[in-house]
Unconditional design. Structure first.
Length: 294
């Protein structure tokens, strides 16, 4: 009994010191990861604002795609950025003030965000083929029915966006290569083409390379190959060196694939930051509560 009484205060002092050091470590860890979450939220917020406010932004691009997915994605970026910023404030203030209430709010919303991101990733993966077919069909309908029509403001926006996209992505039409009827050759079946009494040009100037011959590219000058000749392009025809022949949907997919590593890395950083912030917050909340007894 004497021995226990002698060592009990010493053990209590060491426990208190160890718990205090652990709590500080957890507090600083929580603050660091809330700062990372804040920066990620600010980045998403800025990207969302830019995609909505730019001259050729989400709304205009959605007109070309024929689906609101891109516009919805911009709003999702906007809302996600605001949520991450608010969550980071809750987590940071909770860690600094040792507030279980703020930490609890932070833990709850971070958990919801992680679950939402996982569910969204699963949905996109499962329905990616169906979404691709929907976008392709919508783009074809819009090009056939709205391109080159100046009767409404929406049609003007569609025409301007198609021209911009074809020039910037070096593409023509919707999907496929030189032998496809849905890339450059799709214009032959559009309202834009049917307005030309002479049957020429076959494609708009935005399908032409900037340093090439516009007349040969568009088919105004006869050429033994696209676009003067319909697909398929065989060995008896010439390849038009002035014409973009790859569809714009394919170029969009190619662009995303080229930046897939960067996009994936950003997504992983956000998720990892959320998980680490969640872990540090949970342990800090528990240890901070235990420290009340020392």
């Amino acid at each position: 009994m004497f021995s226990d009484d002698l060592y009990k205060p010493t053990r209590s002092r060491f426990d208190k010191r160890d718990m205090g050091s652990l709590t500080k470590c957890l507090r600083y860890g929580t603050i660091i990861f809330t700062v990372i979450i804040f920066l990620a939220g600010a980045g998403l917020l800025g990207l969302g604002i830019y995609s909505l406010a730019s001259e050729y932004g989400a709304k205009q691009f959605s007109e070309v795609l024929g689906t609101q997915l891109y516009l919805v994605s911009s709003y999702v970026l906007l809302v996600s950025g605001v949520c991450l910023i608010l969550m980071s404030f809750c987590g940071g203030c909770g860690a600094i003030r040792n507030s279980r209430c703020l930490l609890g709010i932070f833990i709850f919303f971070v958990s919801v965000m992680v679950i939402a991101l996982i569910v969204a990733a699963i949905i996109v993966f499962v329905f990616r083929d169906r979404m691709s077919n929907t976008v392709i069909n919508s783009m074809e309908d819009i090009l056939l029915q709205q391109y080159g029509e100046a009767d409404t403001q929406d049609n003007k926006v569609v025409t301007n966006m198609w021209d911009l996209m074809q020039r910037e992505l070096h593409c023509c039409g919707v999907t496929g290569d030189m032998n496809s009827t849905t890339s450059w050759a799709l214009y032959r079946y559009s309202k834009w083409y049917k307005k030309h009494e002479s049957g020429k040009p076959y494609v708009p100037q935005s399908c032409c390379k900037p340093d090439g011959s516009t007349n040969i590219c568009t088919g105004i000058e006869d050429f033994n190959g696209p676009p003067s000749k319909k697909p398929p392009v065989d060995n008896t025809m010439q390849i038009n060196p002035h014409l973009y022949t790859r569809g714009c949907y394919d170029e969009i997919v190619h662009y995303i694939q080229d930046h897939a590593v960067l996009i994936g890395a950003c997504a992983i950083i956000v998720v990892v930051a959320l998980l680490f912030g969640l872990g540090f917050s949970v342990f800090f909340c528990r240890k901070a509560d235990m420290n009340k007894y020392y």
